[in-house]
Design a protein around this ligand. Structure first.
Ligand code: ADP
Ligand code: MG
Length: 418
């Protein structure tokens, strides 16, 4: 109703008018918690109100005109607060006392509104018989009327948010210099083989081709090969089971971290392959993946899902156990601008953890923002990517590293293959 009928307020400063203290306070609280400011009225406005209101009335915001307020009082007082430069919008509340017809107050609000078309007035009418009397008059004039104070505050706050959203810069859509041919090759190869999920090495190579920092990986099929690869990559190392039948590797004991010697690597090779075989006897195991062990840093998640209506949707949040336990993630419809990406990082609850808290170093927010934009470009240029998960994307004080990646592609051809 509010969006349909009213001008969008120029700011969040609201004046509240009421003929009873209780609703005034409820509205003030609702406004404050919705991000609106119950502003102090200009001294001239307060003086002018003092002249027209009863001696017992309060001329400070919320303006309590007390039960003797007449329809005419509403019209005059609304005019005074709306003329105040400090006020962007007004909420007029009315509780029916004896002797004043709510319908007449409604008419006065309509008149005040027609005299102040540039600022919105929202009415809160508390009805005697369930429905507020006077609503019809307001609605006919195109003015919203609410039964509950909180509804009016919420509606006004939504209008204010909309104004802020309109005013915010749209940002730039970056185009990075990437190796698209490499990604086309990886995707075509997987499609030809009928592989919906990319092998992890391919997922890592795909990220790397779009400039996402990734941990080096090696493939090993025996314990000795794994030990040699680990030493070459540099100890300590991590081993991960390599199997197209395993989605969550650590759930089946398929990940061993912080391996400090070639012997530990050999032993871990046997341990994780045995564990996976015990838990998933039919899984095809293609050996292991060897990675350097990444120390420190903050685990985040950067991902993509495909929404049936909106198409690709970018996701960012705290990764690892946080994403499962707290679901502290945020989403944006593709394509994502630099401003969107910055907002995504800012709006998760764990943002303060990324800023560095209690003496912990801050995380490199710049590399996160850039990576989100690179992933946005990746899915824009390669529409077969239906899902993508970098979890964890480990972020350091400087730089970051994708240590695990999952990519699901569309095997059907919708005639859109570039
Ligand atoms: P999955 O998600 O399939 O269980 P991951 O590769 O994400 O497998 O590994 C599980 C967890 O092990 C990660 O969330 C991370 O905490 C840790 N981990 C994985 N790879 C590394 C690495 N290279 N360095 C440090 N920790 C790692
Ligand atoms: Mg993972």
């Amino acid at each position: 109703m509010a969006f349909d009928a009213l001008p969008i307020p120029k700011g969040n400063r609201v004046a509240i008018l009421t003929n009873a203290g209780g609703p005034g306070i409820i509205i003030a609280d609702a406004c404050e918690s919705a991000g609106l400011e119950v502003v102090e009225l200009a001294p001239e406005t307060q003086a002018a109100l003092r002249k027209v209101l009863a001696a017992e009335a309060s001329v400070r915001n919320p303006v309590d005109m007390i039960a003797s307020a007449t329809p005419e009082t509403y019209r005059i007082a609304l005019g005074l607060v709306l003329d105040d430069d400090r006020v962007d919008a007004a909420i007029a509340a009315f509780v029916p006392p004896l002797g004043v017809r709510q319908q007449d107050v409604a008419e006065s609000i309509v008149t005040a509104s027609s005299e102040h078309r540039e600022k919105p007035i929202l009415a809160v009418l508390m009805g005697r018989e369930g429905l507020p009397q006077g609503r019809a008059e307001l609605n006919e004039a195109g003015l919203p009327a609410y039964i509950f104070p909180e509804s009016a505050a919420r509606a006004l706050a939504a209008m204010h948010r909309y104004r802020c959203w309109l005013a915010r810069p749209e940002g730039e859509f970056a185009t990075f210099d990437v190796d698209r041919a490499q990604v086309r090759h990886i995707i075509e190869k997987a499609r030809a083989a009928g592989e919906e999920h990319l092998a992890i090495q391919d997922a890592v190579a795909l990220l790397s081709a779009y400039g996402v920092p990734t941990a080096g990986v090696r493939h090993a099929t025996t314990a000795d090969e794994a030990a040699t690869a680990a030493v070459e990559l540099g100890l300590p190392a991590v081993l991960k089971i390599l199997s197209q039948d395993v989605v969550h590797k650590s759930d089946v004991g398929g990940v061993a971290v912080d391996l400090r010697s070639d012997d530990e690597v050999r032993e871990a090779f046997a341990r994780i392959t045995d564990s996976v075989r015990a838990q998933l006897p039919d899984a095809r195991i293609d050996g292991v993946l060897v990675q350097p062990y990444v120390k420190g840093g903050r685990e985040t998640i950067v991902g993509v899902t495909t929404d049936p209506s909106f198409g690709p949707v970018l996701m960012f949040g705290l990764g690892g156990i946080y994403v499962e336990a707290l679901r502290d993630v945020t989403f944006r419809v593709h394509p994502v601008s630099d401003v969107d990406a910055q907002e995504m990082v800012r709006e998760i609850r764990g943002h303060s953890m990324l800023q560095g808290i209690r003496g912990e170093p801050p995380s490199d927010i710049g590399v996160i923002v850039e990576t989100i934009q690179r992933i946005s470009q990746l899915v824009g240029e390669n529409p077969e990517i239906l899902e993508l998960d970098i979890n964890p994307f480990v972020v350091f004080e400087e730089g970051a590293m994708a240590v695990d990646a999952r990519v699901r592609i569309d095997l059907e051809d919708h005639g859109r293959t570039p």
